[in-house]
Design a protein around this ligand. Sequence first.
Ligand SMILES: [Zn+2]
Length: 321
Amino acid sequence: MPTYQDPFSRCKLCGQDGSTPTYRLDKGEIYRCPHCDFHFLNQLDGNVDAEDAGLSSAGRRYIESRVAEGEHLHPLRLRLVQQHCSIDKAMTLDIGAGLGQFVRLMQQQGATALGIEPSTLRRAYALEAYGLELDHRLADGGYWQNGHSQSFDLITLWDVIEHVDDPRSTLAAAATLLKPGGLICLDTPDREVFSYRLSQIVNRLSSGTLPLFFSQFYSTVRYGHKQIFTRRQITELLQDCGLVPAPVHLDGPAKRAFSGKIVLTARKPTPHSPLPTPHSPLPTPHSPLPTPHSLSPLTSNARYRGLPASQQFCAIIFFNL
Ligand SMILES: [Zn+2]
Protein backbone atom coordinates (compact mmCIF):
# COMPACT_ATOMS: atom_id res chain seq x y z
CA MET A 1 0.00 0.00 0.00
CA PRO A 2 1.53 3.38 -1.00
CA THR A 3 2.44 5.66 1.90
CA TYR A 4 1.27 9.29 1.92
CA GLN A 5 4.02 11.81 1.21
CA ASP A 6 3.24 15.29 2.51
CA PRO A 7 4.12 17.62 -0.40
CA PHE A 8 5.11 20.34 2.07
CA SER A 9 7.57 18.21 4.03
CA ARG A 10 10.26 19.26 1.55
CA CYS A 11 11.62 22.65 2.59
CA LYS A 12 11.23 25.38 -0.02
CA LEU A 13 14.48 26.98 1.07
CA CYS A 14 17.05 24.22 1.71
CA GLY A 15 15.29 21.41 -0.17
CA GLN A 16 15.62 18.88 2.66
CA ASP A 17 12.79 16.68 3.91
CA GLY A 18 11.35 16.83 7.40
CA SER A 19 9.34 20.08 7.57
CA THR A 20 6.28 19.73 9.78
CA PRO A 21 3.17 21.85 10.50
CA THR A 22 4.23 23.90 13.51
CA TYR A 23 1.87 26.90 13.74
CA ARG A 24 -1.79 26.87 12.87
CA LEU A 25 -3.88 29.60 11.20
CA ASP A 26 -7.64 29.78 10.74
CA LYS A 27 -7.05 28.46 7.23
CA GLY A 28 -3.79 26.65 6.65
CA GLU A 29 -0.69 25.75 8.60
CA ILE A 30 2.80 27.17 8.81
CA TYR A 31 5.46 24.54 8.24
CA ARG A 32 8.87 24.80 9.86
CA CYS A 33 12.01 23.21 8.47
CA PRO A 34 14.13 21.58 11.22
CA HIS A 35 17.30 22.02 9.15
CA CYS A 36 17.20 25.73 8.25
CA ASP A 37 14.27 27.02 10.38
CA PHE A 38 12.40 28.29 7.29
CA HIS A 39 8.68 29.03 7.83
CA PHE A 40 6.24 28.57 4.95
CA LEU A 41 2.52 28.13 4.44
CA ASN A 42 0.95 24.94 3.04
CA GLN A 43 -0.49 26.91 0.14
CA LEU A 44 0.51 27.35 -3.51
CA ASP A 45 -1.02 29.45 -6.29
CA GLY A 46 -0.34 26.78 -8.92
CA ASN A 47 -1.61 27.61 -12.38
CA VAL A 48 -1.97 31.38 -12.29
CA ASP A 49 -3.66 31.56 -15.69
CA ALA A 50 -6.74 29.80 -14.38
CA GLU A 51 -8.22 32.61 -12.35
CA ASP A 52 -9.32 36.23 -11.88
CA ALA A 53 -10.54 37.39 -15.25
CA GLY A 54 -10.71 41.12 -15.86
CA LEU A 55 -11.49 44.20 -13.84
CA SER A 56 -14.91 43.81 -12.20
CA SER A 57 -16.37 46.61 -10.09
CA ALA A 58 -15.53 44.68 -6.90
CA GLY A 59 -12.01 44.08 -8.22
CA ARG A 60 -11.65 47.74 -9.07
CA ARG A 61 -12.67 48.77 -5.54
CA TYR A 62 -10.07 46.40 -4.05
CA ILE A 63 -7.35 47.60 -6.39
CA GLU A 64 -8.14 51.25 -5.74
CA SER A 65 -7.84 50.61 -2.01
CA ARG A 66 -4.22 49.52 -2.69
CA VAL A 67 -3.20 52.46 -4.86
CA ALA A 68 -2.32 54.81 -2.02
CA GLU A 69 0.14 52.35 -0.49
CA GLY A 70 2.08 52.18 -3.75
CA GLU A 71 1.96 55.94 -4.21
CA HIS A 72 3.58 56.29 -0.78
CA LEU A 73 6.25 53.57 -1.01
CA HIS A 74 7.37 53.63 -4.64
CA PRO A 75 8.99 57.12 -4.61
CA LEU A 76 11.02 55.96 -1.58
CA ARG A 77 11.97 52.78 -3.43
CA LEU A 78 12.97 54.86 -6.45
CA ARG A 79 15.27 56.97 -4.27
CA LEU A 80 16.78 53.82 -2.83
CA VAL A 81 17.48 52.46 -6.32
CA GLN A 82 18.99 55.77 -7.41
CA GLN A 83 21.49 55.54 -4.56
CA HIS A 84 22.86 52.32 -6.03
CA CYS A 85 22.61 52.57 -9.81
CA SER A 86 21.92 54.89 -12.73
CA ILE A 87 18.41 54.53 -14.12
CA ASP A 88 18.53 56.73 -17.22
CA LYS A 89 18.69 54.46 -20.31
CA ALA A 90 18.86 51.37 -18.07
CA MET A 91 17.00 48.14 -18.93
CA THR A 92 14.85 47.37 -15.90
CA LEU A 93 12.41 44.62 -14.94
CA ASP A 94 9.93 44.81 -12.06
CA ILE A 95 8.94 41.27 -11.02
CA GLY A 96 5.54 41.30 -9.35
CA ALA A 97 4.80 44.72 -10.77
CA GLY A 98 1.34 44.91 -9.19
CA LEU A 99 -0.53 47.93 -10.51
CA GLY A 100 2.46 49.07 -12.58
CA GLN A 101 3.23 52.15 -10.50
CA PHE A 102 6.95 51.42 -10.14
CA VAL A 103 7.36 50.53 -13.82
CA ARG A 104 5.78 53.87 -14.66
CA LEU A 105 8.14 55.70 -12.30
CA MET A 106 11.15 54.03 -13.92
CA GLN A 107 9.94 54.96 -17.39
CA GLN A 108 9.57 58.56 -16.24
CA GLN A 109 13.21 58.43 -15.13
CA GLY A 110 14.37 57.42 -18.62
CA ALA A 111 14.58 53.64 -18.19
CA THR A 112 13.31 51.02 -20.61
CA ALA A 113 11.15 49.43 -17.95
CA LEU A 114 9.25 46.15 -18.20
CA GLY A 115 7.05 44.45 -15.62
CA ILE A 116 5.82 40.95 -14.85
CA GLU A 117 2.47 40.58 -13.09
CA PRO A 118 0.57 37.26 -12.95
CA SER A 119 -2.70 38.77 -11.67
CA THR A 120 -5.11 39.55 -14.50
CA LEU A 121 -6.87 42.03 -12.25
CA ARG A 122 -3.73 44.07 -11.62
CA ARG A 123 -2.61 43.93 -15.25
CA ALA A 124 -6.03 45.21 -16.32
CA TYR A 125 -5.69 48.14 -13.91
CA ALA A 126 -2.16 48.97 -15.10
CA LEU A 127 -3.37 49.05 -18.69
CA GLU A 128 -6.41 51.16 -17.93
CA ALA A 129 -4.78 53.60 -15.52
CA TYR A 130 -1.30 54.02 -17.05
CA GLY A 131 -1.46 52.41 -20.49
CA LEU A 132 1.11 49.86 -19.31
CA GLU A 133 1.20 46.35 -20.74
CA LEU A 134 2.59 44.13 -18.01
CA ASP A 135 3.61 40.57 -18.93
CA HIS A 136 1.84 37.61 -17.33
CA ARG A 137 4.64 35.08 -17.89
CA LEU A 138 6.62 34.22 -14.76
CA ALA A 139 10.34 35.06 -14.57
CA ASP A 140 11.38 31.41 -14.15
CA GLY A 141 9.41 30.30 -17.23
CA GLY A 142 10.74 29.65 -20.72
CA TYR A 143 9.79 33.01 -22.25
CA TRP A 144 12.11 35.00 -20.01
CA GLN A 145 14.77 32.40 -19.31
CA ASN A 146 15.33 31.43 -22.95
CA GLY A 147 15.04 34.85 -24.53
CA HIS A 148 16.21 37.43 -21.98
CA SER A 149 19.26 36.01 -20.24
CA GLN A 150 21.67 38.75 -19.06
CA SER A 151 19.38 41.49 -20.39
CA PHE A 152 18.68 43.77 -17.40
CA ASP A 153 20.69 46.34 -15.49
CA LEU A 154 18.19 46.39 -12.65
CA ILE A 155 15.56 43.92 -11.40
CA THR A 156 13.23 44.86 -8.56
CA LEU A 157 11.03 42.63 -6.38
CA TRP A 158 9.01 44.90 -4.11
CA ASP A 159 6.97 42.91 -1.60
CA VAL A 160 7.12 39.93 -3.92
CA ILE A 161 9.38 37.14 -2.68
CA GLU A 162 7.02 36.34 0.20
CA HIS A 163 4.18 35.81 -2.34
CA VAL A 164 5.71 33.40 -4.87
CA ASP A 165 5.31 29.63 -4.84
CA ASP A 166 9.05 28.98 -5.18
CA PRO A 167 11.27 31.81 -3.91
CA ARG A 168 14.51 30.00 -4.78
CA SER A 169 13.45 29.50 -8.38
CA THR A 170 12.27 33.12 -8.67
CA LEU A 171 15.53 34.62 -7.39
CA ALA A 172 17.67 32.22 -9.45
CA ALA A 173 15.64 33.26 -12.51
CA ALA A 174 16.15 36.94 -11.70
CA ALA A 175 19.90 36.34 -11.37
CA THR A 176 19.96 34.75 -14.83
CA LEU A 177 18.11 37.72 -16.36
CA LEU A 178 20.55 40.20 -14.81
CA LYS A 179 23.57 41.50 -16.73
CA PRO A 180 26.95 40.96 -15.06
CA GLY A 181 27.35 43.91 -12.71
CA GLY A 182 23.55 44.37 -12.61
CA LEU A 183 21.56 44.96 -9.45
CA ILE A 184 18.61 43.37 -7.68
CA CYS A 185 16.63 45.43 -5.15
CA LEU A 186 13.99 43.86 -2.94
CA ASP A 187 11.99 44.32 0.21
CA THR A 188 10.03 41.73 2.18
CA PRO A 189 8.51 41.42 5.66
CA ASP A 190 11.01 40.69 8.43
CA ARG A 191 10.32 37.53 10.45
CA GLU A 192 12.40 38.81 13.34
CA VAL A 193 10.01 41.57 14.38
CA PHE A 194 8.42 41.35 17.79
CA SER A 195 4.86 40.75 16.55
CA TYR A 196 5.98 37.62 14.69
CA ARG A 197 7.94 36.24 17.63
CA LEU A 198 5.08 36.93 19.99
CA SER A 199 2.70 35.16 17.60
CA GLN A 200 4.96 32.09 17.66
CA ILE A 201 4.80 31.99 21.45
CA VAL A 202 1.06 32.57 21.68
CA ASN A 203 0.28 30.07 18.92
CA ARG A 204 2.35 27.40 20.62
CA LEU A 205 0.91 28.03 24.08
CA SER A 206 -2.67 28.06 22.74
CA SER A 207 -2.12 24.84 20.75
CA GLY A 208 -2.81 26.74 17.55
CA THR A 209 -6.14 28.27 18.57
CA LEU A 210 -4.77 31.86 18.61
CA PRO A 211 -3.06 32.98 15.38
CA LEU A 212 -2.52 36.46 16.91
CA PHE A 213 -0.56 38.46 14.27
CA PHE A 214 0.15 35.51 12.00
CA SER A 215 -2.89 36.48 9.93
CA GLN A 216 -1.04 39.71 9.05
CA PHE A 217 2.03 37.77 7.91
CA TYR A 218 0.42 34.90 5.99
CA SER A 219 -2.64 34.53 3.80
CA THR A 220 -4.16 31.57 2.02
CA VAL A 221 -5.83 33.74 -0.63
CA ARG A 222 -4.39 33.63 -4.14
CA TYR A 223 -1.16 35.66 -4.33
CA GLY A 224 -1.11 35.87 -0.52
CA HIS A 225 2.04 35.69 1.64
CA LYS A 226 3.40 32.12 1.66
CA GLN A 227 6.76 32.50 3.41
CA ILE A 228 8.38 35.00 5.71
CA PHE A 229 12.19 35.22 5.79
CA THR A 230 14.72 36.12 8.39
CA ARG A 231 17.43 38.49 7.20
CA ARG A 232 19.96 35.69 7.23
CA GLN A 233 17.74 33.36 5.17
CA ILE A 234 17.05 35.83 2.36
CA THR A 235 20.70 36.92 2.35
CA GLU A 236 21.94 33.35 2.03
CA LEU A 237 19.40 32.62 -0.70
CA LEU A 238 20.70 35.57 -2.73
CA GLN A 239 24.24 34.28 -2.24
CA ASP A 240 23.18 30.80 -3.36
CA CYS A 241 21.92 32.42 -6.57
CA GLY A 242 25.41 33.77 -7.23
CA LEU A 243 24.69 37.33 -6.11
CA VAL A 244 26.50 39.59 -3.66
CA PRO A 245 23.94 41.00 -1.21
CA ALA A 246 24.36 44.17 0.79
CA PRO A 247 22.18 45.63 3.53
CA VAL A 248 20.64 49.02 2.75
CA HIS A 249 21.04 51.98 5.05
CA LEU A 250 17.70 53.70 5.62
CA ASP A 251 17.04 56.97 7.35
CA GLY A 252 14.32 59.62 7.62
CA PRO A 253 10.97 58.80 5.97
CA ALA A 254 12.37 55.61 4.39
CA LYS A 255 13.28 54.21 7.79
CA ARG A 256 9.71 54.70 8.99
CA ALA A 257 8.14 53.49 5.74
CA PHE A 258 10.18 50.27 5.67
CA SER A 259 9.81 49.54 9.36
CA GLY A 260 9.28 45.81 9.86
CA LYS A 261 10.81 45.00 6.48
CA ILE A 262 14.09 43.65 5.20
CA VAL A 263 15.47 45.84 2.41
CA LEU A 264 18.42 44.48 0.43
CA THR A 265 20.36 45.03 -2.74
CA ALA A 266 22.36 42.26 -4.42
CA ARG A 267 24.78 42.65 -7.30
CA LYS A 268 25.68 40.07 -9.93
CA PRO A 269 29.47 39.74 -10.08
CA THR A 270 31.27 40.65 -13.29
CA PRO A 271 33.89 38.25 -14.71
CA HIS A 272 36.56 40.48 -13.15
CA SER A 273 34.98 40.95 -9.72
CA PRO A 274 35.58 38.45 -6.91
CA LEU A 275 33.00 35.72 -6.46
CA PRO A 276 30.82 35.96 -3.36
CA THR A 277 31.85 33.99 -0.33
CA PRO A 278 29.05 31.53 0.44
CA HIS A 279 27.07 32.46 3.53
CA SER A 280 29.44 35.10 4.90
CA PRO A 281 27.95 36.44 8.13
CA LEU A 282 25.98 39.67 8.12
CA PRO A 283 25.52 41.87 11.18
CA THR A 284 22.39 40.81 13.03
CA PRO A 285 20.12 43.81 13.65
CA HIS A 286 18.29 42.08 16.49
CA SER A 287 21.18 40.80 18.59
CA PRO A 288 19.96 40.25 22.14
CA LEU A 289 20.62 42.96 24.70
CA PRO A 290 21.99 42.10 28.14
CA THR A 291 19.19 40.69 30.27
CA PRO A 292 18.25 42.83 33.28
CA HIS A 293 19.08 41.00 36.50
CA SER A 294 15.57 41.20 37.89
CA LEU A 295 14.14 39.37 34.88
CA SER A 296 16.65 36.56 34.77
CA PRO A 297 14.48 33.79 36.31
CA LEU A 298 11.77 34.29 33.68
CA THR A 299 13.94 35.17 30.73
CA SER A 300 15.99 32.01 31.17
CA ASN A 301 12.89 30.35 29.72
CA ALA A 302 13.64 29.21 26.14
CA ARG A 303 10.43 30.87 24.92
CA TYR A 304 11.95 34.30 25.32
CA ARG A 305 15.54 33.51 24.34
CA GLY A 306 16.74 35.59 21.42
CA LEU A 307 14.32 38.47 22.00
CA PRO A 308 15.82 41.84 22.92
CA ALA A 309 15.41 42.60 26.62
CA SER A 310 12.66 45.19 26.11
CA GLN A 311 10.64 42.70 24.06
CA GLN A 312 11.21 39.94 26.58
CA PHE A 313 9.83 42.28 29.20
CA CYS A 314 6.69 42.93 27.11
CA ALA A 315 6.22 39.20 26.53
CA ILE A 316 6.55 38.50 30.23
CA ILE A 317 4.04 41.22 31.09
CA PHE A 318 1.68 39.85 28.45
CA PHE A 319 1.73 36.35 29.82
CA ASN A 320 1.40 37.39 33.45
CA LEU A 321 -1.66 39.58 33.06
ZN1 LIG B 1 15.05 24.04 5.18
